[in-house]
Design a protein around this ligand. Structure first.
Ligand SMILES: *Cc1c(COP(=O)(O)O)cnc(C)c1O
Length: 234
């Protein structure tokens, strides 16, 4: 089914109602979960319609596609978040346009970003990607690697570590999906106890179109939704 720009406001309203209902079911305050619309492969008219309906930030998994869209839609003054794996040699692109990175997963990348951010005179909000499903195909640190990782990057002054991001196991078994989200919440608890104290670890970026209600039940603060807003990708 093709989604047209005139459908977007209604689809966003439906998704927001589901987010609100999931918050209520979890006895969490309305507004404690932010929707990050994921616009990879989505056309400019649909993105503009989402902006017109109130969206002020967008997630993209490929840095060059993200940068091209940020430039083409500079008039929107939206924030662009890179949520996919980033190679160290593409760090400079992120520094040029991105407001946030959800996929920090190596010390080398952290140091390269920090160096380039310092020369650019800016900082960057970053979330650390954690592989909570154990799948070899997924990037991210193993949960037990996170404490040492935080120490290793603690001198990167231009990085504002804001929390953690994960993709759950794609599974019909809710218990397995929930276990991934619980694992990310535990990573954050540990960071709050013994991570570098100059950062706050407020954000849990977890939950996509197929599993965001479970993620909200387990404490997500950001849900990253693509197909449920913009329709199936090619
Ligand atoms: C594509 C993507 C999403 C959104 O997935 P949907 O199932 O379309 O909601 C979320 N997070 C990441 C990292 C993605 O690449």
């Amino acid at each position: 089914m093709d989604v047209s720009p005139t459908d977007i406001a209604g689809r966003l309203a439906e998704i927001q109602a589901r987010i609100d209902a999931a918050c209520e079911a979890a006895q969490r305050p309305a507004g404690s979960v932010r929707l990050l619309p994921v616009t990879k492969t989505v056309s400019e008219p649909l993105i503009r319609a989402a902006h017109a309906a109130g969206c002020r930030w967008f997630g993209e998994n490929k840095v060059q596609e993200a940068q091209a869209k940020a430039e083409a839609m500079a008039d929107l003054a939206a924030d662009w978040c890179v949520i996919g794996h980033l190679q160290t040699n593409k760090a400079r692109h992120v520094v040029q346009f991105a407001a946030e990175l959800h996929s920090l997963d190596s010390v080398r990348l952290a140091e390269e970003l920090d160096r380039r951010l310092q020369s650019a005179g800016r900082s960057l909000r970053v979330l650390i990607q954690v592989n909570t499903s154990g799948e070899a195909s997924k990037s991210g640190l193993a949960p037990e690697e996170v404490p040492d990782f935080l120490q290793a990057i603690s001198a990167c002054q231009s990085l504002a570590v804001a929390g953690f991001m994960t993709l759950a196991l794609p599974s019909e078994d809710d218990a397995l999906v929930r276990a991934c989200f619980q694992s990310l919440a535990q990573v954050r608890e540990r960071a709050r106890q013994d991570g570098p104290a100059h950062w706050r670890y407020d954000e849990l970026s977890m939950g996509m179109s197929g599993d965001f209600e479970l993620a909200i039940a387990e404490g997500a603060t950001i849900v990253r939704l693509g197909t449920s807003i913009f329709g199936a990708r090619d």
